[in-house]
Design a protein around this ligand. Structure first.
Ligand code: CMC
Length: 378
């Protein structure tokens, strides 16, 4: 048997250069284009962060105004897209609906395949702007409710929540959701971003890039973990039951969703921020019990595995946060996607700037010289 030298899960392999996000997994630092995530979460808006990721610098007020108005100008989905959404089975999962409909947007583009950077950015803007309407329309369709058209007077965050719930959110909810969008926008060469870069490196189109990335994000080891966290919190009957629940899983060698990270061996800085947000929102919305359960899970995990570098990741407290914002459990991962579209696009543009086909090598570990046995003799 050949001993493989391949790095399992590509751990430690440097596969791209990027100027978009920097992670120090030991110190627990995340920066977008050199700016600390905490600074952005406190002072910025999602729209400004998207501009930052796509231009590698903060915008002037005038640039931000025109970027925001371009984005708002693309909020609307066509009647055809809306009618395709209404054709989807109401039993479908929102991530499958989102992936399908983002792919469908290519069919409405007369020149979907262009890889000219300015064209890719224009198309990405359309995808980012329309994705909230797709998620909201699908959710209302499955609930048997009428579609609420987008409101171009509202921010990305407020517009989405209004389309979903039928009324504009409070300022607190808008800000909380906006902060979630900022925190999820980009994160190095995570699995879905790598997928995006691989797809665009073949000079395939931005719609295929986004569709593939959404598929990668959905998995429970990646963006799907936030839904897994909520399932777990629902299974834990009370704060007091958290200890036995977690220990039971650990004994059965099952993973606790929302903990651990390939890169962070310290507290994920996004989780630090989301923990504070979750605690405040839980208090404001009468969900303190949910926050307390999360906190109890964290305490058991801290005692058991913090020494191994396993801490809450971005998905852990985002579950409580999204629940307090009033989102259905299976909308949690689509929320991650709404935000990460900006990172996927940023990486797609960066890949195109100096493209070379991404095509690594596999180490063959199978046999050689095997005789072909005719089918009748096997
Ligand atoms: N619960 C319990 N043990 C864990 C966990 C966890 N959540 N995560 C890692 N471990 C243990 C694992 O059992 C293994 O132990 P041992 O060495 O004794 O066999 C060790 O830590 C290394 O784990 P690994 O799975 O080999 O590490 P990885 O770098 O391949 O995986 C991970 C990273 C995120 C997939 C993993 O931590 C995990 O499955 N976490 C739960 C799912 C999750 O929360 N995913 C979201 C990731 S962050 C946001 C995102 O990228 O979407």
């Amino acid at each position: 048997m050949v001993m493989s030298t391949a790095s399992k899960g590509l751990e430690g392999v440097v596969a791209a250069e990027t100027e978009l996000s920097f992670i120090d997994g030991v110190k627990g630092v995340l920066e977008y284009v050199g700016i600390e995530i905490d600074d952005l979460a406190r002072n910025s808006t999602f729209e400004e962060v998207v501009f930052l990721l796509w231009n590698k610098r903060l915008p002037s007020q005038g640039e931000l105004n025109s970027f925001t108005s371009e984005l708002r100008g693309q909020y609307e989905i066509s009647d055809t897209v809306l009618s395709r959404i209404k054709d989807l089975p109401t039993s479908a999962q929102p991530m499958h609906a989102l992936r399908t409909m983002i792919s469908y947007l290519a069919l409405e583009d007369s020149d979907p395949n262009s890889t000219k950077p300015e064209e890719v950015q224009r198309k990405a803007l359309g995808i980012l702007a329309k994705a909230p309407a797709i998620v909201a329309a699908f959710d209302r369709h499955r609930r048997g409710e009428k579609f609420i058209p987008p409101d171009t007077s509202l921010s990305f965050a407020a517009n989405f929540l209004k389309m979903l719930n039928g009324k504009a959110p409070t300022e607190t909810m808008e800000r909380a959701f906006d902060v979630c969008m900022i925190l999820h926008a980009d994160h190095g060469l995570n699995a879905s971003t790598f997928t995006a870069r691989v797809i665009i490196s073949t000079l395939s189109d931005i719609y295929s890039t986004m569709t593939g990335a959404i598929g990668a994000l959905r998995g429970p080891l990646h963006g799907g973990a936030n839904e897994g966290v909520m399932v777990m919190l629902n299974e834990i009957s009370s704060v007091a039951a958290a200890e036995d629940y977690v220990m039971g899983k650990m004994t059965r060698k099952e993973k606790i969703m929302g903990f651990g990270h390939r890169v962070y061996k310290a507290y994920d800085p996004r989780a630090t921020y989301l923990k504070t947000l979750a605690e405040q929102l839980a208090k404001d919305t009468g969900n303190s019990d949910l926050y307390e359960k999360s906190h109890a899970v964290e305490q058991v995990m801290e005692r058991e595995v913090a020494a191994k570098g396993i801490y809450p990741n971005v998905d852990f407290y985002s579950a409580t946060t999204y629940h307090c914002i009033g989102l259905e459990l299976d909308l949690f991962t689509p929320m991650f996607a709404l935000s990460r579209i900006s990172g996927w696009a940023g990486h797609g543009l960066e890949q195109l700037e100096a493209n070379r086909l991404i095509r690594p090598t596999a180490e063959y570990t199978g046999p050689h010289g095997v005789a072909y046995v005719p089918i009748g003799q096997r």
